[in-house]
Each structure stands twice: as structure tokens, then as C-alpha cells.
Ligand binder design. Sequence first.
Ligand code: C5P
Length: 300
Amino acid sequence: MIVTTVTVRVPAKVNLQLSVGPVRDDGYHDLVNVFHAVSLFDEVAAAPADALSVTVEGPAGVPTGPDNLAARAAALLAEHVGRRPDVALHIRKDIPVAGGMAGGSADAAAALLACDVLWEARLGRETLLELAARLGSDVPFALLGGTAVGLGRGERLTPVEVTGEFHWVFGYADGGLSTPAVYAECDRLRAAGEQDSVWPQVSDDLMAALKTGDAEALGRALHNDLQPAALSLRPSLRDALAVGRAAGALGSLVSGSGPTCAFLAASLDHAAELAAALNDSGRFAAVRPVSGPVPGVTLV
Ligand code: C5P
């Protein structure tokens, strides 16, 4: 059978714990990064073509040239297997752009799997994870999905045991935040003595909450060291987070480098109520109830 198009679905992530260590010599920060994949998906379709191209369906602001991370993923995989990257990638975006939910990384992970299947490369999970880490710190997790602790830059992953399902509401902001700018602001706040710097450790309270499926304990254990930096660059996020807390969220935090805000609900019904309250507040460009954990990249 000749395969003509391969379509892959890939989830967004939220960081349940993002603890940031000092800057390393390579400019990255050592992290304890607890990733959690949620039910908000991009789709990437890969079809044979004369040359590498990317088209995007959805929000504006996604580059379609060689800088697109999915295009770089296809080029890297082609180089690895010694062929031309003659593929047309079509991305259907639902994950917000520059929102702190690893949408670009998700598309790169999806492109890796889609091209692996289209080109019948059959590289296997370990090799795909290795190529993913070369594309970006969050790309390996998008392949894996579920819930996982990421050490190093975030690319050294260990799956975490989770009982049941958690219900979330995400509040999108107008416009994105640049990840390098948010890390730089975190460094600046620390150098100015406005934020503590401690060596990152996996939170025992967080691991226990995930293992027992205790949403209230999870709400208390959520932590993001990049949040003060995101709030410093986007002060309006402070009020946005407060709206969720006032509406009864079990926990609230900025997702990754932001500006998307994540609110934890007690149940599916509570998530619907919380979503309605967040919508009514007028503080968000859009509001989305989702659940997690969900699997990583999957063939459609
Ligand atoms: O790995 P990735 O290209 O996704 O990282 C984007 C940017 O985020 C880096 O250029 C760096 O500024 C910052 N970063 C960091 N430490 C990490 C991960 C990312 O400083 N562990």
C-alpha cells in the first residue's frame, strides 16, 4: 500500500511544577519540570511533495518558513535517515501560539512521528526522543505525553504515576510572551534580589497528590518559578489569576512561560462552572476547559 498522507495529533502541556535553577554555561537553566499533557490538540498532516513546505490553519503568527519548528523537525529527520525533506506539512492549530503550552514543540514532535511513518524510517522511540531533544527542551515530552518529570533542560524524562483524571480551565491572553525573554526576566529578578534562587527539587507533595489523584492537594502543590517573571512582563496576569481563585479554582498558575493561565477544577462540572465565571470576567481572550493527563503524539 502506498501511504499518501500521515496525520498525527499532539497535545498541549501545562507545567505542574517548574523549578528553575541557575543559568548554565550553555545559556539554559537546569530545571525540575513536571509536565502534564492536556486535551487540547494540534494536528499535523505530512504528505509527499517536491520540496519541504509548511501551511498553517488557525491563529495568525506562526512562521511558515524554515524557522518553523515542525519544518526543522522534518529537515532533521531527513538528514538523519539520509534523504531529501520532500514533504508538505499542514498544521491545524488549536494550541495557542507563544502561550506557554509548548504549541511549537508539539508541532515539532508531531512532524517527527508523521515523517517517520511517511518515510517508513521506523526509527523507534529512543532515536525520536534524541532527535526531539535537539529541536527543543519541550519536544521530547510532546512525544511521550502523560505526566513526566523532566530534568536537565527538561528533556531528560521519567514518567510519573497518576491516578485518575484532573479537570482544568485555561484562560488565554491576547498576544504571547517570548520564552527567552521570560527566562531572562527571571534571571534579572534574581540578580536584583527580588526572587529567591534555590537548587530545584522534585516536590514530594506534588508526587503524592498525583499518585493518589487528590485534586485539592494538587491545587496546593502547583508551582511555577517563571510566574513572577511573567507577571513582571505582563502585570495584568495578576488580576487574571485572582479571578480564578475568587471563582473557586483549587489552584491557579501561569502555564510555563505564559501568558496562558491554568486553573484546576474539582470535577468536570466544576470546570464548566469555572469556565463560565472566567468568561464572564472579561479578563481572557478565550477560555477552554480541558482534562489531563492524555497520551503524547498519536497517529490519527
Ligand atoms: O529549548 P528551547 O529552544 O525550547 O528553549 C527556548 C528558550 O528558553 C531558550 O533559548 C532559553 O532562553 C530558555 N530556556 C532556558 N532553560 C531551559 C529551557 C529553555 O533558559 N531549561
